[in-house]
Write a protein that binds this ligand. Structure first.
Ligand code: SAM
Length: 264
């Protein structure tokens, strides 16, 4: 396996991590920026465990629609098991082929998915196609160089993080997103950062789940020794107990809209 796979086991990990206070706060910020109204139709590309879809469903209500697509059968099964309203629907689907009619949506959101798709330009052109003129989109992505994670062994930390970069196709996507959005035809409406800061490695922190995910992925690749990886992982609990834990990263939130059709 060269990239991260969103299997049943990974789905369980995502479900847990995405309920931490950090990721809940990130979702609230995404929703705030998306500025949905009752009755709107919105697509979530790579909806993962479906929490964002559920929150958006509460806003758009029965006269609107939220559609979540994801390439992982396990994650779509999980979403469908919790699905509570008829205006919420889920489907297995690929970000490069959205399976929606042209100009059929008011908004499209894609949070931490585009970096996993080799052909990002195709994701953007598909997003453009399915949005109605005047419709808007939000893409949220991580630049893995923007992680500050304290370790008393910085060389080992660098080795592990270098190996982790291979979990996705574009570990530095935010640097290129504004340009790519404009190339796809969008009006670029600006970008902001959403910071995550953990001074403790506890069950409610994003970085605890991330550390588990990195340990499992890098462990399968075998370019870091099992001992080094185990020490890398166990150091966090020690640092946290000693009050010396530090993790920080940014989410980059890009906003764009499809220009309204010209009237003559
Ligand atoms: C890091 S998770 C983000 C989940 C969700 N968007 C969130 O932020 O809560 C990445 C998601 O992208 C999905 N994914 C990866 N490649 C995809 C593709 N080509 N098309 C659709 N979904 C994809 C994965 O299955 C996974 O659910």
């Amino acid at each position: 396996m060269s990239k991260l796979e969103f299997t049943k086991e990974a789905a369980k990990g995502l479900e847990k991590t995405y309920l931490t206070r950090d990721v809940v706060a990130q979702r609230l910020e995404t929703i705030r920026q998306l500025d949905l109204s009752s009755g709107e139709r919105v697509l979530d590309i790579g909806c993962g465990p479906g929490y964002l879809c559920e929150s958006m469903g509460e806003i758009v209500g029965r006269h609107g629609a939220v559609i979540g697509i994801d390439i992982s059968t396990d994650l779509i099964d999980l979403c469908n098991r919790r699905k509570a309203s008829t205006w919420l629907s889920y489907a297995i689907g690929d970000a490069t082929n959205l399976g929606q009619a042209d100009a059929s949506l008011d908004a499209v959101v894609c949070t931490q998915v585009a970096e996993y798709v080799p052909d990002v330009d195709r994701v953007l052109s598909e997003t453009f196609r399915v949005l109605r003129p005047g419709g808007r989109t939000i893409f949220v992505a991580t630049d893995w160089d923007a992680v500050v994670w304290h370790s008393e062994n910085p060389e080992r930390m660098a080795l592990v993080m270098k190996s982790w970069e291979e979990h996705c196709a574009h570990p530095h996507l935010p640097r290129f997103l504004a340009h790519k959005l404009v190339n796809a035809g969008f009006r670029f409406d600006g970008a902001t950062i959403f910071p995550i800061l953990n001074l403790q490695c506890d069950d409610d922190s994003y970085s605890k789940g991330l550390a588990r995910g990195i340990r499992d992925f890098v462990g399968r690749k075998k370019d870091v020794s099992a001992d080094d990886l185990s020490e890398w992982h166990s150091e966090f609990e020690r640092l946290s107990e000693a009050g010396r834990y530090f993790f920080s990263t940014n989410r980059y939130v890009f906003k764009a809209s499809k220009p309204a059709a010209r009237t003559h």
